[in-house]
Every structure is written in C-alpha cells, then in structure tokens.
Design a protein around this ligand. Structure first.
Ligand SMILES: NC(=O)c1ccc[n+]([C@@H]2O[C@H](COP(=O)([O-])OP(=O)(O)OC[C@H]3O[C@@H](n4cnc5c(N)ncnc54)[C@H](OP(=O)(O)O)[C@@H]3O)[C@@H](O)[C@H]2O)c1
Length: 237
C-alpha cells in the first residue's frame, strides 16, 4: 500500500458483519465507503438486483475516494429460503446468485482492472460461507452454490494476479449472530444448531470483522488465495 490512507469499499455495511467490518477499521489509517440497498447514514445506495448497480456503486465509491480504491470487501449477501416446491424457485435462485455472486464478480472485475491500470497493489476480501464447503439446508441450494462460486472465484483471482501485487482472500463464517439472538437462532434451526457447534455458540460479527480487517490490511502476501474458516469447529476441513 502507498503511504497515504488506505481506501476501502465495503458492501453490505448497514448492519451485521459489514457494519462490524467498518467499525473494525476505527483506529486504522483508512478511509472507508460503505453501501446498503437504500443508502443513507453516509452509505452509498445500491440494490444489486438492479442492472448496472454494481458498476455504478464502484464509480460512486471512486468519486468519494478521490479516484483510488485499494481494498474491496464483498460482504453484501442474501440468505433466504427457496423450497423445492416453490413456484418461483428459479426466480429466487437467480436473485440470490445475482446479489451474492454476480455483483461480487462485477466488483472484483472492476477492482482488478483498477489495480492493474494504476500499477499498484490491491486487495480483495470476499465474505463467503461455511456453506461453500459443507453445503446448506434443502431450501438453500442457491446460497451454498453462490458461496462455492465465490470461493472458486477468489482462488482464481489470487492465482491470476499475484504477480501484479493483487491479493485475494475468502472468509467462510459459520453461523454468525447478526440479528436479535432469539430470532436469529430460530431462523437457523434453534437449539439443534448450537448442538452442532463444538464451541457451543455462534460467532459474533466482530470476530468475522477482525478476520476481514486482517485480510484487508495486514495479511502477508504469501497468504493470497487463502480461505479462512470461522465456524467454532462445526465444519473442520
Ligand atoms: N450471519 C451469518 O450467519 C452468516 C454466515 C455465513 C456467511 N455470512 C455472509 O456474511 C455476509 C454478511 O451477512 P450478515 O448476516 O451480516 O447479513 P445481514 O445482516 O443480512 O446484512 C446484509 C447486508 O447486505 C445488504 N444487501 C442485502 N440485499 C442486498 C441487495 N439486493 N443489494 C445490495 N445489498 C444488499 C444489506 O443491505 P440492507 O440493509 O439495505 O438490506 C445488508 O447491508 C453475507 O454475504 C452472508 O452470506 C453470514
């Protein structure tokens, strides 16, 4: 990175893990731009279900960051059930793929082009999921597939552009408490879910954020292509 402040774009930062990621940069010498669907609170508005929203977000972030982005954190994501019998199954599949994978890919593409054009190093941190390796529930084929795609994309970027100083990391959280505790646990299967986690609890957003912060600022270049698990040993590979 250059001597000046590190410029960072974090998607999905209105709440949950993304908000914790932005807060984790508090004492660092960085300037961060965040995003949510509706915008406000200093966040850029971008709804990834809308065509052209990812490139527009990239441009708006560049405008706010004096034309330079050093780190992209793809965190925005959707976890919505899609039962096999649902009439709009394909529509739901496409929606999740568009938000979780295609928009992340568009932003990664723009980031790599930007880093290479500037001839400067850059970093990409993709928030994937344990589901990429373990799979997910019968109602979440699309979610697991989107996160598996994200991991494969991250490794490809790492291998292709390491020579240009472009580093890419994927983080695979297990269950992470991003809503009110009771609601969150109920939405993920209640007590059964805790029984499956040797640590005895789900992760806190701040734990995932600390990994993202490390990848964004401190992880050594030789770590590029790494996929970091954070799941309380519920899925050890
Ligand atoms: N929490 C977990 O258990 C868990 C586990 C593994 C992986 N992850 C992954 O970690 C990431 C963050 O998860 P989280 O639990 O913190 O999520 P969250 O609390 O539900 O927040 C999701 C974020 O994504 C944004 N977003 C949702 N739909 C969008 C769309 N159509 N266009 C643009 N942005 C959109 C939301 O913006 P709005 O506020 O405007 O809706 C919000 O900022 C996701 O990629 C998720 O798949 C989470």
């Amino acid at each position: 990175m250059s001597n000046s402040k590190t410029h960072i774009l974090v998607t999905g930062s209105s709440r949950g893990i993304g908000k914790a990621i932005i807060e984790s940069f508090g004492k660092d010498d960085v300037t961060v731009v965040g995003q949510s669907t509706a915008g406000g609170d200093d966040l850029v508005a971008a709804d990834f279900t809308q065509d052209g929203s990812a490139p527009l977000l990239w441009q708006q972030a560049l405008d706010r960051l004096d034309g330079r982005i050093d780190v992209l954190v793809n965190n925005a994501g959707l976890f919505q059930p899609n039962p096999l019998a649902a009439e709009d199954w394909l529509e739901s599949w496409d929606r999740t793929m568009t938000i979780n994978l295609t928009s992340s890919a568009e932003l990664c593409r723009l980031a790599v082009l930007h880093f290479r054009q500037r001839g400067e190093p850059g970093r990409i941190v993709n928030i994937a999921s344990r589901a990429a390796y373990r799979g997910d529930s019968p109602d979440h084929w699309h979610y697991a597939a989107s996160k598996g795609g994200m991991v494969a994309m991250t490794k490809t970027i790492a291998r292709a552009y390491a020579k240009d100083g472009i580093l890419a990391f994927a983080i695979c959280p297990g269950f992470t408490m991003t809503g009110m505790a009771e609601d969150y646990l109920a939405s993920r299967g209640g007590d059964k879910l805790l029984a499956d986690i040797p640590l005895g609890r789900v992760a806190q957003p701040e734990e995932i954020a600390s990994i993202a912060r490390y990848c964004a600022l401190d992880a050594p270049p030789s770590m590029t292509g790494a996929v970091l698990d954070a799941n309380g040993a519920s899925f050890v590979r």
